[in-house]
Design a protein around this ligand. Structure first.
Ligand SMILES: Nc1nc2c(ncn2[C@@H]2O[C@H](COP(=O)(O)OP(=O)(O)OP(=O)(O)O)[C@@H](O)[C@H]2O)c(=O)[nH]1
Ligand SMILES: [Mg+2]
Length: 301
């Protein structure tokens, strides 16, 4: 029953942490959907970004960066993030392997091992952040190097941040989409609820505004989300592991929390296109990253 003019397929966006996977998704969609930061391991859960143009529907799956698990030191959250990224490979039609154009790293090699194990049929390699490479001729050996690492369908240099080369990526992917009906309505851009996106916007500000270690020890839960006539009322909790960390999030005289709250509120208002009242609390939940039950309670099932 494949008699359709539509071409539809799932495209995984994978790679090591911090190479620009979420930025790539956002810039292809032209919408801020998946949160980003200069710190690795920003994305924690898969998120779909749906790109529909005429008869073509690309369903991108943004994934957490694949990273090496160290024996003993690993917590449930790290395991969970890897599972989210690796598990997706078997479910998609096409795959984008994002690497940093600065050069191939051992961590990219490990991603390739997962691609091989999952036998993904068509993988495109995206060399991202070419805006940072000077002179541009330095890209050529990286391109040649990547071509020896895996049998990529194409290797495409891009800058996700500067919107360079993204049309080429989309055109190349479109060629290989299976002929099948669309899965989502044309105006849908994600599978996630507004409530989830709101929590993520808030987590983005936490990650961006706090020190390098702390973000990985925090989680955000939206406890109440109520649309009133002229305003949306949101109560959210930032969970930390220790009381000492609570002080860091709140900051001197409450300044840090205030600043996180006000920048989150602005982003959420842009997302919802309406006024938002955001009530933020910080609570302690010891060892949350290590316990499956607590992870589930926080929404990381
Ligand atoms: N200069 C430059 N920076 C970029 C580009 N793409 C992404 N970045 C930056 O790289 C950092 C990481 O971007 P993300 O999109 O969060 O990376 P990610 O691969 O999703 O990271 P994880 O979710 O942690 O695995 C951010 O500071 C981005 O602004 C690019 O094309 N050029
Ligand atoms: Mg990401």
């Amino acid at each position: 029953m494949n008699e359709t003019a539509d071409r539809t397929g799932y495209v995984a966006i994978v790679g090591r942490p911090n190479v620009g996977k979420s930025t790539l998704l956002n810039h292809i969609l032209g919408t801020k959907l998946s949160i980003t930061s200069r710190k690795p391991q920003t994305t924690r859960q898969r998120i779909l970004g749906i790109h529909t143009i005429d008869n073509t529907q690309m369903i991108f799956v943004d994934t957490p960066g694949m990273h090496e698990l160290h024996k003993g030191a690993d917590n449930e959250m790290n395991r969970y993030m890897n599972q989210q990224a690796i598990g997706v490979l078997k479910e998609v039609d096409l795959c984008l392997h994002v690497i940093d154009a600065a050069g191939w790293r051992e961590a990219d090699q490990r991603v390739v091992q997962h691609l091989e194990a999952a036998e993904v049929e068509r993988v495109f390699c995206v060399l991202n952040k070419v805006d940072q490479i000077h002179p541009k001729s330095k890209i050529i050996p990286v391109l040649e190097g990547a071509s020896k690492q895996y049998n990529y369908q194409e290797i495409i240099p891009i800058s996700a941040l500067k919107n360079r080369g993204l049309d080429i990526v989309v055109d190349q992917l479109a060629k290989w989409l299976p002929a099948q009906p669309k899965v989502f309505p044309d105006d849908e851009i994600t599978d996630r609820s507004l409530r989830f996106l709101v929590g993520e916007m808030l987590r983005e500000k936490v990650v961006r505004q706090l020190g390098d270690e702390l973000p990985y020890r925090t989680a955000v839960v939206v406890e109440n989300y109520t649309d009133e006539e002229n305003i949306t009322h949101i109560d959210a909790v930032i969970y930390v592991e220790k009381t000492s960390q609570k002080g860091i999030v709140i900051g001197k005289g409450g300044q840090r929390l205030k600043s996180i709250g006000s920048s989150a509120r602005k982003s959420i208002e842009l997302l919802l296109e309406r006024k938002v009242f955001l009530n933020l609390l910080v609570k302690t939940r010891p060892g949350w990253t290590d316990e499956r039950v607590q992870l589930a309670a926080l929404g990381y099932q």
